[in-house]
Write a protein of this length. Structure first.
Length: 188
């Protein structure tokens, strides 16, 4: 298994609405590979995750956007959940934080509806990615090439971009996240 020892991974979520499995699955995966994940949100305190439409667990925020920058982290994970990225894309500091990883050439992983934040950040043009199927038109209108795969790795751009469609894809997504984050670190 690739080693992420010493890497600090940002997980950006809204105060409410992140799909719990898409937060906790990758969190456990990067932790198991030796990384230190940090929960970033738009407000301090706790975030409320969801299990589809039902409230799930609460998780403590480590830092607030606007007080941290992409340069402070080695990579970014954007969990989905419909409400989560819909909120984030209306928050200029959250959008700027996500955009910063592309400007810094740092790897990004996104699952499900999380791509809405990347569309708002203006970073998907010319990139190949997958998402929840209802985002296909949004991604294509933003200049992306959409594919229907459990995981897609795109290196054609300023950084590595890993994407997946849904919670069922988490095993493939988590494996690709660990592999690609380790590769990005080795290439840096």
């Amino acid at each position: 298994m690739p080693d992420l020892q010493g890497m600090t991974i940002a997980f950006l979520v809204a105060p409410e609405g992140a799909e719990q499995l898409e937060l906790t699955g990758p969190w456990r995966a990067v932790t198991g590979a030796g990384a230190s994940p940090k929960l970033i949100s738009t407000e301090p305190g706790d975030v409320q995750a969801y299990r589809h439409l039902e409230p799930g667990d609460r998780f403590p925020v480590d830092a607030v956007v606007g007080e941290v920058a992409a340069a402070d982290y080695d990579a970014l994970v954007l969990p989905g959940g419909v409400a989560n990225p819909d909120f984030l894309r209306t928050h200029p500091r959250a959008v700027a934080f996500a955009r910063g990883f592309f400007a810094e050439g740092r790897p990004v992983a996104v699952i499900c509806h999380g791509a809405w934040t990347l569309i708002e950040a203006g970073v998907v043009r010319g990139r190949t990615l997958t998402s929840w199927p209802s985002l296909r038109t949004d991604l294509e209108n933003a200049g992306a090439h959409w594919v229907d795969r459990e995981v897609q790795v795109c290196r054609e751009g300023p950084n590595t971009l890993v994407s997946s469609r849904r919670p069922d894809d988490l095993p493939a997504f988590n494996a690709a996240v660990i592999d690609q984050f380790a590769r990005a670190r080795a290439a840096a």
